[in-house]
Design a protein around this ligand. Structure first.
Ligand code: ZN
Length: 320
C-alpha cells in the first residue's frame, strides 16, 4: 500500500488528424473552450490543443495532438477507450437533438450504474459519452456556443479496456488509492477520493480484445491530479519503491508531470494542479495565441512556419 491518492482526473490527451476539424468540433459542437494553443513539447512541429471549462480547471481538460493526415488508430486492450463528460440529467434530450442537428450520430440513451448516457464519436472516431449526473463538481463554460444550462461539466469518467482485470485492478486499489464495490456486466467501476464525477475509472475486461493502436481517434494517456509539487515528488518515490518504472518529473509549463504505464499498457500521468493555464496569458485571452514554453521561444519562427494555420472562433464564440 502507498499513500498515493489522486483527487481525480486532471486531463485526458488524445490524438487527432486535422487540427481545424478538431477545434470546430470541440468548440462549436461540444461547447468546450479552447484554453491553450501550444505545441507538443516533445515534438514541437505538432500542435497541442487544450479544451476545458471557462478556467480550464483540472478535471475538465481534454487535449489533443493533431497530426494532419494521421492514420486512424485502433481501439483495443491497453487503452482508455471511452472519455465521458458530465451533463445535467435534464440536458440529455437537448444533447441528442443538438448532436443530430450537428451531423453527429448519437446512440440511443443507455443506463449504466443507474446513470443515463449518450454515446457518440468525434470526427476522428474517438469514443465519447455524455453521462447525466446531478453532482458534477465543475461549472461549464458560460460564454460558449452551447447554452450554459446544458454545458459540459468536466469529466465523468474514463473507461479502460483491459485483457486482464486483476493486474490493473491491483494497481488501482493497492498503489493508487482507489476503491471499488460496483460492477455492471463486464464493467467494474473504481473510484478515488470519495468518488463522484471526475473520480471514476471504469475497467472493462475483455480477454480476447486485440491490443489497441494509438493514432488518430484514440487516447494517448490519462492524467491524475496531484495537489502540489511536494505531494507529487512523494508519490513518485512511492511508485519507484513499488517497482513501477516512472519518469522523472517533467515541466509541462501548466503543470508538472510524471508518467508510467499501468500493467495493461495504458499510459498514466500524474499532473500537479498548479500553476495552471493563466501562467502565460490572462484568463480572458486563454487560447487566443500560440504559446510556447521559455525553452522553445527561441525557435518560435521556425515552429510557426511548420504549423498549419488555425481559424479561431471570435470572442463571442461564433464561427468567424
Ligand atoms: Zn498529459
Amino acid at each position: 500500500m502507498t499513500s498515493i491518492q489522486p483527487s481525480g482526473l486532471h486531463h485526458v490527451t488524445a490524438v487527432a488528424a486535422d487540427p481545424q476539424r478538431n477545434l470546430d468540433f470541440y468548440h462549436h459542437v461540444l461547447g468546450l473552450r479552447l484554453i491553450k494553443q501550444t505545441v507538443n513539447f516533445d515534438a514541437p512541429d505538432v500542435y497541442h490543443l487544450y479544451y476545458g471549462n471557462q478556467e480550464g480547471e483540472p478535471g475538465t481538460v481534454l487535449t489533443f495532438f493533431p497530426f494532419p493526415g494521421a492514420p486512424a488508430g485502433r481501439r483495443g486492450a491497453g487503452q482508455a477507450t471511452t472519455v465521458s463528460f458530465s451533463v445535467p440529467p435534464e440536458s440529455l434530450g437537448w444533447w441528442r437533438d443538438h448532436l443530430t442537428r450537428s451531423g453527429v450520430d448519437a446512440d440511443p440513451v443507455t443506463t449504466r450504474f443507474e446513470e443515463e448516457a449518450v454515446a457518440f464519436h468525434d470526427p476522428d472516431g474517438l469514443a465519447l459519452e455524455l453521462v447525466a449526473h446531478e453532482h458534477a463538481p465543475h461549472e461549464p463554460w458560460q460564454d460558449g456556443p452551447v447554452p450554459a444550462e446544458h454545458g459540459l461539466r468536466g469529466f465523468h469518467s474514463v473507461t479502460l479496456t483491459e485483457q486482464d482485470l486483476d493486474a490493473t485492478g491491483s494497481l488501482l486499489l493497492d498503489t493508487l488509492g482507489f476503491a471499488t464495490d460496483r460492477q455492471d456486466g463486464d464493467r467494474v467501476r473504481f473510484e478515488v477520493a470519495d468518488g463522484g464525477p471526475g473520480r471514476f475509472v471504469d475497467v472493462v475486461a475483455d480477454p480476447r480484445a486485440p491490443s489497441g493502436l494509438v493514432a488518430a481517434g484514440t487516447v494517448h494517456h490519462i492524467a491524475w491530479r496531484a495537489p502540489d509539487d511536494e505531494t507529487q515528488a512523494r508519490w513518485r518515490g512511492e511508485l519507484v519503491e513499488a517497482g513501477i518504472g516512472v519518469t522523472d518529473i517533467l515541466d509541462r509549463q501548466y503543470f508538472h508531470s510524471i508518467y508510467f504505464r499501468e500493467p495493461g499498457g495504458v499510459l498514466f500521468e500524474v499532473a500537479t494542479d498548479p500553476p495552471g493555464f493563466t501562467i502565460d496569458e490572462p484568463l480572458l485571452e486563454l487560447g487566443r495565441k500560440l504559446r510556447l514554453p521559455p525553452w522553445l521561444e527561441p525557435r518560435r519562427d521556425q515552429i510557426e512556419r511548420h504549423l498549419p494555420s488555425l481559424e479561431l472562433p471570435d470572442y463571442d464564440g461564433n464561427r468567424v
